[in-house]
Structure formats: structure tokens, C-alpha cells
Design a protein around this ligand. Structure first.
Ligand code: ADP
Length: 623
């Protein structure tokens, strides 16, 4: 092959500049990133070898070697993993999906250059960390025995080349030509320390060798791996240090931050498995994207089968990361086989249950931590109320809401709500709105508040979609105060109110009828309100109709839904209404038009004829 020179894609060039020139005290993380990549590559090779024995026959030991050449000032990280051919090199080492880079740039803008190296990890561009300590990087790799080997090389300033390599055995060597100020990384003790603190759990032995390499057999010291290789999840919980969990989490997720919660447990009974799960502190950029990778990594008897087994985790827990290791599955499993496998279903159900109980415990005992969790992932978790019937009650218990009686920012759960209910309150009340301010100013709250009842605010888009699955909580009905013919108070109060209303309605009958006639194109009915205290009127949906905010949301999503006429409720006791009752002719017509427009504005909808509305209002103000 002729040597070919390539330019990095523009985004990479920009990023490389940032990586190399950023002031960062922890340049040492380059080693963790390269070891992680080597370990991933061996994972892949080992899995392929399960079905292709030619890969394993002449491969005595899966391993990673770190070779220091003090004369050449190079540090080489070598693995005998899955390797890369020239196309892979172009794809993997010359390009990053531009969406990733865009997200990267945005995060950079937001967080500032100081956090750059953490961001690099987060965006899976770990390989480029090599340029923090090296002014030239050479990658020599071979994918399989029958393929040629290739050499990739770059000084990290904008171009790279690919040509034939000289490697006999498959796998990858990354050669770092160290900058003079980083020669410390040629020192065995320095490397040993780094491996111990960042990569101890890596499942393959990591050896340190000094160039020229001595005869392996004779040198006891060189034959001792730097890492202990113990799979953390196999060790008793009490023996694992917090830092070890944290480093494993970072290896697994490329997150720069510590996990919020670590869940280490074993499943017993019908299926035996071990699991190590993490809940991150914050959502990644992609958690709401439809084709985000999710699920857990699967091991079968210590052999890595793959990442992102989404059948191990329900979708609404997609924020959880981690691994499951089961000895009950066959080694030659495929994703397709697992799609509908009874053992997998049992593991999924046990994992789900464990995560939910850990969240409940966090909620009960570590309020601050739970709030962090909830603000990152609450709206995702809530999807489960709709999608996981068998766990819906447990998820309802975990949901948090703002409410009419609590100041902004304070969140309460349904148990808090029920506990604070006055004796005569039977149902749980909620109001849906797009924004918290709209909910707070809604006239529909008036009567409920006067009765001393709190009202939950459902302001997440997902809440509205959940209402149907959320009809009751522990025997109490959930009632939308914006819908239907609602009444508050004790049996007697309701009765008295109904009588007063019927009487008011009878008194107002001719008035209500003329209003109804005038607005017949806009509303389905005009009636006396049971929920208003201070406002003259309000528009409500019929008991089974979509609420105004749901309607707006569906329209925004380009859903073609018919305009459902709503009901105009009039506050019979309001002085304005009392006055309007005696109006007639144009005076009545104009007043009704203004009243209707006002009701539309109050719920955040637009009015049919703004120009005419302004004219009417102006002339009213002149009077
Ligand atoms: P990430 O590991 O997060 O995907 P990197 O920038 O670290 O991002 O690596 C990019 C890609 O290059 C990897 O996904 C992998 O396909 C390939 N790669 C890196 N190192 C190795 C290696 N030692 N062996 C085989 N492939 C590798």
C-alpha cells in the first residue's frame, strides 16, 4: 500500500487543538483511556473467538502490555484484541460523529475550557487524550491473521497518514512519542501507580516491560501483572472501596463525574446473577434522543458478551448504567436469542425491582441526593407509570410535584400530599399546565384553595400523557380540577352549593341562554361555575375531553386533532356578572365578547379577533 495522507475532519482538528493546548493538571488520564480502549478491544476479540476458534488457537493469553523505551522516549500500549484495518482506522481515528462533536462544542461553551479533559472522556474521544503527552502517535494494528497490518500516524496538528504496517500478530500497538516534559511516564513506578489507581479492575493482565524486552520467563517481576484483575462485582461488597467503584464506573460510562448511587447486588432464587449498577448524577446529552444506546453490559460466566443489552432494563430506567453477570445463560448467546428469553426476563424484573427499591431508600434517607436524581431523571422515571403496570404503584410513590400550597421549587410526593389533606377532602386534585406560572395564576384553583385543599401542578409534558394511567393513588381518586363539573367540600356543603347553583342558574337562565346563543360557534355550553371564587368566568374542558394545554401540545407536535368546544363557566356571584345580567342589545353583545376573550387569554390561548378585541376594550376604557 502506498502511504496516504489524510486531513482530519475539521471538527477533530479543532478539538485536537483544544485537547493539546488546554491547561490540565491531570494529563495522566491518557493512560486510563488507552488501557480502557485496549480492554474493550480484547472484550470484542474474546467474544468473536467464541464462534471463531482460529482466533484463539494461537493466542495463549489475552493481555495488555505497556512498553517503555527510554532511549527512543516512547511509551507503547499493546493489546492482542480485535485490531483495526485501514478502513477502521479512518473511521475510528480520523473522525467523530459530527453530532457528538457538536454536543461537545456546546458543552465546552457552557462549562468552559477548564473542564475540557473531563469532557473529552464524556464524549468518548479518549484516544485523542494521547496527544496531551505525545507530539506524535503511531498506531500499528492488525485485524485478523489473513489481513495485512496498517500503520496510522499523526502529530495531532491536522493531518494523519496510513500506510502498511509491520505487525505479525493481530491486535493494536499505540506508540506515544512522548514530549520531553512527560518522560516521567517511562518510569515503571509511575505507570504502576497509575494502573493501580485507574485500571486495577481491568479484566486482563497489564504488564510493564522495559525495552529491549528481556526473556519473559526469567524475569519474575516483569511477569507479574500491575493490576489485580478482579471483577468488582464478584467481590463481596464490604471489600470494595468507594474509589474502586468510581473508577469502574468511569471506565464503563466515560462519565467524568462520580456516580450518584452505586447498587451492587446478587440475584438469587430462580436465576443466579450478579449485578453492579450505577445511577449517574446528570443526564448525558443524548438521553432524550430516540436511538440512544441504553441497557446494561452482559457477561456470562466472566466472559464479556456485549454492551447495551436493552432487554435487561425497562426503557424508563434507561438512565441506569452497569453490568449483569449470569451463569445461567449459554456462552454462545446472541442478542436475538435474548430478546424473548425467560431468564433474561427474570433478570430484568429483579434489576427493575432493585433499582426502584434503591430509589425509594434514597428518597427516604437521602433527600438531597434524591432531588439531584429527580431533577436529572424524574421525567424519564415517570414514564414507567404508564409503561410498567406491575410497578406503577412503586413509581407513583417516587414521583415529585410542585403544588399550589408550596412555594416554587419545593417538591412534594403523593404521600406528603395525602398526609396534609384536610379531613373533609376525599380526592387528590391536580392541574395541568405548560408552565408553573400558568398553573399558579389559574382561576380554577380559587375554590380549591378557599376550601384549604392543595392542588398538584402537572407541568412536565410527560405528566399530561400520564394522567390516564394515573387515575388513583392508594385508593384515592386523582381529579383534574380543570375538567368536568367539579365540587368541593363535605356532602352537605356540596348539596348546599348545588342548591345555590341551581337557584343562580334559574335566575340567570335568560342571560346564560343569550350568552350561549352568541358564543355557539366557540363553546358547547355556558353554565354556572362551582370552582370560581374571584374570577368572573373560565373555560373548562368536558369531563372526557383533552385539556387546553394538551390540545396545544398535540397541535405543536403536528397532530391533527379536532377543535373540541369547551364549556364557559360563569361565576354567578361575581359583581360583573350580576351587572351584566341586566344588559341588553349591543351593550350585552360587546360585554359577552370581551368576557369570552378574557377567558381565552386567562388559559393562555389566542383570541379569534384581536383587532376587534382591542377596539372593544379601548371603547370600554373610554367610558
Ligand atoms: P471510544 O473508545 O469512546 O469509542 P476513542 O476515541 O477512545 O473513543 O476510540 C475510538 C475508536 O477507535 C474506538 O471506538 C475503537 O473502535 C477504536 N480503537 C481505539 N483503540 C483501539 C484498540 N486498542 N484496539 C482496537 N480498536 C481501537
Amino acid at each position: 500500500m502506498e502511504k496516504k495522507n489524510h486531513l482530519f475532519k475539521a471538527e477533530i482538528k479543532e478539538m485536537l487543538d483544544l485537547v493539546v493546548n488546554s491547561l490540565y493538571s491531570k494529563k495522566e488520564i491518557f493512560l486510563r483511556e488507552l488501557i480502557s480502549n485496549a480492554s474493550d478491544a480484547i472484550d470484542r476479540a474474546k467474544y468473536l473467538a467464541l464462534t471463531d476458534s482460529s482466533l484463539i488457537s494461537d493466542n495463549p493469553e489475552w493481555k495488555i502490555e505497556i512498553i517503555a523505551d527510554k532511549d527512543a522516549k516512547t511509551l507503547t500500549i499493546t493489546d492482542n484484541g480485535s485490531g483495526m484495518n485501514n478502513e477502521d482506522m479512518e473511521k475510528n481515528l480520523g473522525v467523530i460523529a459530527s453530532s457528538g462533536t457538536k454536543a461537545f462544542r456546546e458543552a465546552l461553551k457552557e462549562k468552559g475550557g477548564a473542564n475540557l479533559p473531563e469532557l473529552i472522556g464524556q464524549f468518548g474521544v479518549g484516544f485523542y487524550a494521547a496527544f496531551m503527552v505525545a507530539d506524535k502517535v503511531t498506531v500499528i494494528s492488525k485485524k485478523r491473521a489473513e489481513e495485512a497490518s496498517y500503520k496510522w500516524e499523526s502529530d495531532g496538528t491536522g493531518a494523519y497518514s496510513i500506510e502498511d504496517g509491520d505487525r505479525d500478530f493481530y491486535g493494536t500497538s499505540i506508540v506515544l512519542h512522548l514530549r520531553s516534559e512527560f518522560e516521567e511516564y517511562l518510569d515503571k513506578w509511575r505507570i504502576q501507580d497509575l494502573v493501580k489507581s485507574y485500571s486495577d479492575f481491568i479484566a486482563y493482565p497489564i504488564y510493564f516491560r522495559e525495552f529491549p524486552i528481556k526473556d519473559d520467563k526469567k524475569d519474575e517481576d516483569e511477569n507479574k501483572p500491575l493490576n489485580t484483575m478482579t471483577a468488582l462485582w464478584k467481590r463481596p461488597k464490604k471489600d470494595v472501596k468507594k474509589e474502586e467503584y468510581v473508577e469502574f464506573y468511569k471506565h464503563l460510562t466515560h462519565d467524568y463525574d462520580e456516580p450518584l448511587e452505586t447498587i451492587h447486588f446478587s440475584g438469587e432464587g430462580q436465576v443466579e446473577f450478579k449485578s453492579l449498577l450505577f445511577i449517574p448524577k446528570a443526564a448525558g446529552m443524548d438521553i432524550y434522543m430516540p436511538n440512544t444506546k441504553r441497557g446494561l453490559s452482559l457477561y456470562v460466566r466472566n466472559v464479556f458478551i456485549g454492551n447495551d443489552f436493552e432487554m435487561l432494563l425497562p426503557e424508563y430506567l434507561r438512565f441506569a448504567k452497569g453490568i449483569v453477570d449470569s451463569s445461567d445463560l449459554p456462552l454462545n448467546v446472541s442478542r436475538e436469542m435474548l430478546q424473548d428469553d425467560a431468564i433474561i426476563r427474570k433478570i430484568k424484573s429483579a434489576v427493575t425491582s432493585k433499582i426502584l427499591s434503591s430509589l425509594q431508600e434514597m428518597k427516604d434517607k437521602k433527600e438531597e441526593e434524591y432531588r439531584t436524581f429527580y431533577s436529572s431523571f424524574g421525567r424519564i422515571l415517570k414514564e414507567g407509570i404508564h409503561t410498567d403496570y406491575s410497578n406503577a404503584d412503586r413509581i407513583k410513590k417516587l414521583a415529585l410535584y410542585m403544588s399550589a400550597k408550596n412555594e416554587d421549587g419545593k417538591l412534594i410526593c403523593l404521600d406528603d400530599y395525602v398526609k396534609a389533606m384536610p379531613k373533609d377532602q376525599q380526592d387528590i386534585y391536580f392541574l395541568t399546565a405548560e408552565r408553573i406560572e400558568d398553573a399558579r395564576h389559574s382561576p380554577q384553583l380559587e375554590k380549591a384553595i378557599k376550601h384549604g385543599y392543595d392542588v398538584l401542578f402537572f407541568v412536565d409534558p410527560v405528566d399530561e400523557w400520564l394522567v390516564d394511567s394515573f387515575r388513583e393513588y392508594e385508593g384515592k381518586k386523582l381529579v383534574d380540577i380543570a375538567k368536568g363539573d367539579i365540587q368541593f367540600g363535605s356532602e352537605e356543603e356540596r348539596k348546599a352549593e348545588k342548591e345555590a347553583n341551581d337557584k343562580a342558574a334559574a335566575d340567570l337562565k335568560p342571560f346564560l341562554e343569550s350568552v350561549k346563543e352568541q358564543l355557539k360557534d366557540y363553546v358547547s355550553d355556558v353554565r354556572v361555575s362551582t370552582r370560581l371564587a374571584d374570577s368572573p368566568c373560565y373555560l373548562v374542558a368536558g369531563a372526557n375531553a383533552l385539556s387546553a394545554s394538551m390540545e396545544r401540545m398535540m397541535r405543536a407536535m403536528k397532530q391533527d386533532i379536532p377543535h373540541e368546544k369547551r364549556i364557559l363557566e360563569i361565576n354567578a356571584q361575581h359583581p360583573l356578572v350580576v351587572k351584566m345580567k341586566d344588559f341588553s342589545g349591543d351593550e350585552l353583545k360587546d360585554a359577552v365578547e370581551l368576557l369570552h376573550a378574557q377567558a381565552l387569554i386567562a388559559e393562555g390561548s389566542s383570541i379569534p379577533d384581536p383587532a376587534r378585541f382591542t377596539k372593544l376594550l379601548t371603547s370600554l376604557m373610554m367610558k
